[in-house]
Design a protein around this ligand. Structure first.
Ligand SMILES: [Zn+2]
Length: 221
């Protein structure tokens, strides 16, 4: 990767290029530029944003690592107090009634078993949401040019990998139902390809992660 100062055309020495923070500094011009901007994605001048790590909201975390940083937010939500008892009754009733009786009676009923499949799939989906409301998290790991987005519980979940120099902006989009954990708003890192994550996080936690990404990588909204 060869980067030049847009003012004086001097090539940036590797020591003055910090890919993790998306910044390249020209000593002769005494000016800093965003790497993404120099590569043609978004503005070259770093927008003046407040550092989100100076004011970390409850349920969020941030720490620096050897070659970057890790930041995250919990998807823990008061919705759990509603969804867990609801799911016990719903799953217990539908699945217990459909499959439980077959097991208890020791008789396989093909029609009832097929009839139960949508309830089984619905249960799986709703239980995964319920578990995210109790113990889920979204975690971002920045290391060099790579950003990893993890969504899950403990070590179990989904991972998305992004090359941050490809990103052009970070924004949020979707429907907010006003209940934490029940919204359908996503944080979107515009690609190519676009990366969506963070649904189920409260508004404040989404804002923290979105603003941190903008701040760290000099990306617009
Ligand atoms: Zn220069």
């Amino acid at each position: 990767m060869k980067l030049q100062c847009p003012n004086c055309n001097a090539e940036f020495p590797p020591t003055d290029v910090n890919v993790t923070d998306n910044i390249a500094y020209c000593r002769s011009c005494n000016e800093a530029f965003t790497i993404s901007g120099l590569l043609g994605h978004g503005p070259t001048v770093r927008p003046a944003l407040p550092d989100p790590t100076m004011n970390i909201p409850k349920g969020c975390w941030y720490r620096e690592t050897m070659d970057g940083w890790i930041a995250g937010a919990t998807t823990r939500s008061p919705v759990a107090f509603f969804i867990i008892p609801f799911m016990c009754i719903w799953s217990g009733g539908s699945l217990g009634g459909i499959y439980g009786t077959q097991i208890v009676q020791g008789k396989f009923d093909l029609f009832m078993s097929l009839f139960g499949i949508p309830f089984l799939l619905g249960s799986l989906l709703l239980w995964s949401i319920a578990i995210m409301c109790v113990a889920g998290k979204v975690e971002l790991t920045a290391s060099g040019e790579d950003l990893t987005v993890f969504t899950g519980v403990g070590k179990l979940g989904w991972t998305k990998k992004i090359t941050i120099t490809q990103a052009s902006r970070v924004y949020t989009s979707g429907i907010n139902y006003h209940y934490p954990g029940s919204n359908n708003v996503n944080i979107i890192i515009e690609g190519p390809p676009n990366t969506r994550f963070g649904s189920g996080l409260s508004f404040v936690r989404q804002m923290f992660l979105a603003q941190l990404l903008r701040y760290k990588f000099g990306l617009p909204e």
